[in-house]
Design a protein around this ligand. Structure first.
Ligand code: ARG
Length: 462
């Protein structure tokens, strides 16, 4: 006999092919503890509405607690013909409490408001777990920045040498996007917290006088849904969560790409720790940045999960449609992906060794101090248009002769322009260039020190 929750008006059970298609326990079972929490809150609100006696409530809560323990221990599992997590748990409750009491819990709720609520609870918990892991990555970047404060490196645009920057400044540039991801998770959480769908029923609310705000509070929400149709049919909260996970993936992927490049022989900026790199089955010398490559690859997967989800949601009429059952697997996968990726990624960055000598040596290469000449001229009241021309002329002269900017003699400089007095030499060092970029957000040691403090203060909010 089928344990379906909707057998009453049907002559027989569902066709095997339908049951196979319909079934979701293989992926929604992870929601079981959240469903039971929802059931406990629902039992209390039924009691408050006079639909369960004190004794009924006690027995119901004890039954649900026992069921939860069995779910957590693995003693209770979905059966072959349980359609979904809700169906399986209903069966478990009936087995424990009997049909008379067990059969009372479903009053005034539907799987539609149930699933919308518990999915929110599940995502909120994993949002917190992901936030902790992201925060560890932020702190790891900050630690590396702190440890290497003062080390210069070539800053790039278009992957070409642009201007010298502090390695710390560069590392922190990867931390701020993650801080914004933490902000996004917190904003998302506050929005979701104010919108508990329990009490929305199938779509229209409940006639039983159950207080949705009481259930919301019981489940750690700040308010219940203002509209029962919206409460049961909206999944923008899932899409938004999937977006944040995709953005975290993209932010990691950008760091990953740099680690991959930096670890090449040609760059030689970093060495990966043995514990966080892999070898080759044929080439004995190899040390591969697999974590970084997996991060880059998994970013694609996270983006795919978001795109698939948005396509599922598009053009669904109100209210609940079974299409919505497709909302779970993509975001579960995104969560699993980040929860396995972030610890490895953080370990890789934490143990990364920087070749600071090489970074320092390359910092002024590629005429990266040319802008310093131009800005020095501007400080001597030369219009920037002229200054840019003259600095360009210096670069041209150096390229022609195969020398660096600081190799130009006083007379070389004077020959290019009398405006280029020997004093210009003061900015033709990496230290001078870095120190001169000393306003908020700049790459001077002072500013990066402030920046680190600011980052620590922001991170401390989480
Ligand atoms: N398992 C479904 C889901 O994940 C909930 C069941 C609602 N089913 C229904 N026929 N109203 O969305």
């Amino acid at each position: 006999e089928s344990a379906a929750l909707w057998g009453g008006r049907f002559a027989g059970g569902p066709a095997d092919a339908l049951a196979a298609l319909s079934k979701s326990t293989q992926f929604d079972w992870r929601l079981a503890p959240y469903d039971i929490a929802g059931s406990k809150a629902h039992a209390k609100v039924l009691h408050r509405a006079g639909l369960l006696t004190d004794a009924d409530l006690d027995a119901m809560l004890a039954g649900l607690d026992g069921l939860l323990a069995d779910v957590l221990s693995g003693a209770f599992l979905p059966a072959e013909d349980d359609e979904d997590v809700h169906t399986a748990l209903e069966r478990g409750l009936l087995e424990r409490l009997g049909a008379e009491l067990g059969g009372r819990l479903r009053a005034g709720r539907s799987r539609n408001d149930q699933v919308a609520t518990l999915f929110k609870s599940y995502l909120r918990e994993h949002g917190r777990i992901i936030a902790r892991l992201v925060l560890e990555q932020v702190n790891t970047l900050a630690d590396q920045a702190e440890k290497h404060l003062g080390v210069a490196m070539p800053g790039r645009t278009h992957l070409q040498h642009a201007q010298p920057v502090l390695l710390s400044h560069h590392l922190l540039a990867h931390a701020w996007p993650l801080i914004r991801d933490l902000d996004r998770l917190a904003d998302w959480d506050a929005r979701v917290a104010a919108d508990s769908p329990y009490g929305s029923g199938a779509l229209a609310g409940s006639s039983l006088g159950l207080d949705p705000q009481y259930v919301a509070t019981e489940l750690g929400f700040t308010n219940s849904s203002a509209n029962s149709i919206d409460g049961t049919a909206s999944r923008d909260f899932v899409a938004e969560f999937a977006f944040v996970t995709a953005q975290v993936g993209i932010d990691l992927s950008r760091q990953a790409e740099e680690v991959i490049i930096w670890a090449t022989k040609e760059f030689g900026f970093v060495e990966l720790d043995d514990a966080f790199s892999t070898g080759s089955s044929i080439m004995p010398q190899k040390k591969n940045p697999d974590i970084a490559e997996l991060a880059r690859g998994k970013a694609g997967r996270l983006i795919g999960n978001l795109s698939g989800l948005l396509a599922t949601l598009k053009a669904q009429p109100l209210a609940y449609n079974r299409d919505l059952q497709e909302d779970k697997e993509p975001v579960f996968d995104s969560i699993d992906t980040l929860e396995v990726l972030l610890p490895a990624f953080t370990g890789m960055i934490r143990t990364l060794r920087f070749n600071t000598e090489r970074l320092e040596e390359l910092a002024p290469q590629g005429f990266s101090l040319a802008t310093d000449i131009a800005e020095w001229l501007v400080r001597q009241q030369v219009p920037f248009r002229v200054a840019h021309e003259l600095a360009g002329a210096c670069v041209q002269e150096c390229e022609k002769r195969g020398i660096e900017l600081w190799d130009l003699t006083d007379s070389d400089l004077a020959a290019i322009s009398p405006l280029l007095t020997p004093d210009v030499r003061t900015v033709l060092t990496v230290e001078g260039s870095l120190a001169s970029r000393n306003t908020r957000g700049g790459t001077s040691v002072d500013q990066v020190t402030h920046q680190l403090a600011e980052l620590h203060a922001r991170a401390a909010q989480y």
